[in-house]
Design a binder for this molecule. Sequence first.
Ligand code: IMP
Ligand code: MG
Length: 182
Amino acid sequence: MREPSIERVLFTAEQVDQRIREVAAQICADYAGRELKLVGVLKGSVFFLTALARELSVPARVDFLGISSFANQKGAPGLVRIAKDLDDSIEGEDILLVEDIVDTGFTTRYLLQHLAGRGPNSLAICTLLDRTSRRIVQVPVNYRCFDIPDRFVVGFGLDYRQLYRNLKYIAVLNMEPPAEEA
Ligand code: IMP
Ligand code: MG
């Protein structure tokens, strides 16, 4: 079977950078006079988190969680496990959970519950991509850069088998086998 290939660019590097600046400005306005802690999820959100952090003018700390997602015995997705926990306490802090993509919502809901149990002063979600059409569990997304169609995308942290994370742009991956092999 042929490897999937990039079908088209969905958002150029310039569009992504511009949109991150806009969202960062919104966050700065909302958190004026406060200190923020950005919590990233390894590895996908690292690229977005660093780009966002560089545009913030409010004081910001950074910490990371690592997770692994897996299906249950019947093959249904949605099970998440913490593989690497935060380094520091978040008690009493203003936390912004930074995600690469909120798709079904399972991962984000799990992370929200995990973080909420640690007693932060506030907890909000910022995601690079949102695919609201595939949502199964509702999660409150406070900041989003783009809502995207129901296609598999890569770039700016998003991977296919750990590849493509380092693209400066976001692209649709063609997952269909070519017609003659179908
Ligand atoms: P959830 O379905 O909201 O739990 O999303 C789980 C995870 O699936 C995300 O954090 C991504 O790592 C991955 N994911 C979902 N959609 C895509 C995509 O289009 N490209 C790459 N990874 C994706
Ligand atoms: Mg992934």
